[in-house]
Design a protein around this ligand. Structure first.
Ligand code: MEV
Length: 318
């Protein structure tokens, strides 16, 4: 029996979320610890969809998952396989709606799975465009950073409308990710800033501008390997994200715990108002200690990973 698999990893935004929607750059990292897998098999009858959230005919998928159905249908159209009888199974260990790119990774895994099943390769641009159909449905007006990062094997500097640039990282660093366990809604968080900007443009635009400056400096700091300045920049970004109104109590609490435990810097990651925080550790042991402390302080889950440059991958970029 024919069977194919597609996968995609999650993402972590290091700095620049929200400002990226207004044209500022942002830095995002592939987070390979968490990923989505899509298994495509033959089935009798039409398209069957199976996932933790919903199992049944694709045409009866619940409203909040409609983006995935649109993405599947468009991909089949693109592959010239509209009449296919398929079973599409989704397996993911990326917590949903926590700022780790679960929706982008899921969509990318599905598009890759379908392309593999029919052994019809799609261009990188086509893969991302098809994946973004689901993102647009879920997020309204995404900057595209999530899709680019779940697609990338290296850290990227992303700016809306430009090809993402691979980042040079002089000195590897350990980043802790801790989940507040609170569900967030990217669409609402993005819309809240837009509304605030209408009311008080000067104030909001100033924060967005500063976030852009911090991101640009972060790029230089990564290139120079200055981890203590990197930590300061994460802290400065958190101040502006608070100012934009996208932080909240559970996030502030975990950020403070991380800082009290010696993190070089800490901030929310992704859309905020729930979701995850990131904290910069001194080294691997410190990262593992921070994870423990953050869980004791209420984080529902924690992870840590080493961010480093693979020079071979760098030169392989398109
Ligand atoms: C979400 O991961 C990042 C945001 O900047 C939204 C976007 O860029 O589309 C909050």
């Amino acid at each position: 029996e024919k069977r194919a698999v597609g996968t995609a990893h999650s993402k972590v935004i290091l700095i620049g979320e929200h400002a990226v929607v207004y044209g500022e750059p942002a830095i995002a990292l592939p987070f390979p610890t968490l990923s989505a897998t899509c298994i495509v098999e033959h089935s009798y009858g039409k398209i069957l969809f199976e996932s933790e959230k919903y199992t049944g005919p694709l045409e009866r998928i619940p409203e909040r998952m409609k983006g995935l159905a649109l993405c599947i249908n468009e991909t089949l159209l693109e592959l010239g396989q509209k009449q296919a009888n398929l079973k599409i199974t989704l397996i993911s260990n990326i917590p949903i709606a926590r700022g780790l790119g679960s929706s982008a990774a899921t969509a990318m895994a599905i598009v890759r799975g379908l392309s593999n099943y029919f052994a019809i390769p799609l261009t990188k641009t086509k893969l991302k465009t098809l994946g973004n159909i689901a993102e647009k449905y879920a997020h309204g007006n995404p900057s595209g950073i999530d899709m680019e990062t779940v697609f990338s094997d290296v850290p990227i500097l992303f700016q809306k409308g430009f090809i993402p640039k691979p980042l040079f990282i002089q000195k590897p660093f350990y980043l802790v990710v801790a989940d507040t366990g609170e569900i967030r809604n990217t669409k609402l968080a993005v819309a809240s800033i837009l509304a605030k900007r209408k009311q008080d443009p000067k104030h909001i635009e100033h924060s967005i501008h500063l976030l852009g400056l911090y991101t640009r400096e972060t790029k230089d700091v990564l290139m120079a390997g200055d981890l203590s300045r990197l930590g300061e920049l994460l802290n400065l970004a958190q101040i502006e994200l608070k100012n934009l109104g996208v932080s909240d109590e559970p996030i502030d609490h975990l950020v403070n715990v991380a800082k009290n435990e010696g993190a070089l810097g800490a901030k929310l990651t992704g859309a905020g108002r729930g979701g995850c925080i990131i904290a910069l550790a001194e080294n691997g042991d410190h990262a593992s200690m921070l994870c423990k402390r953050l869980r004791e302080a209420g984080a529902t889950e924690t992870w840590f990973f080493k961010v480093e440059q693979d020079s071979e991958q760098l030169s392989c970029e398109e």
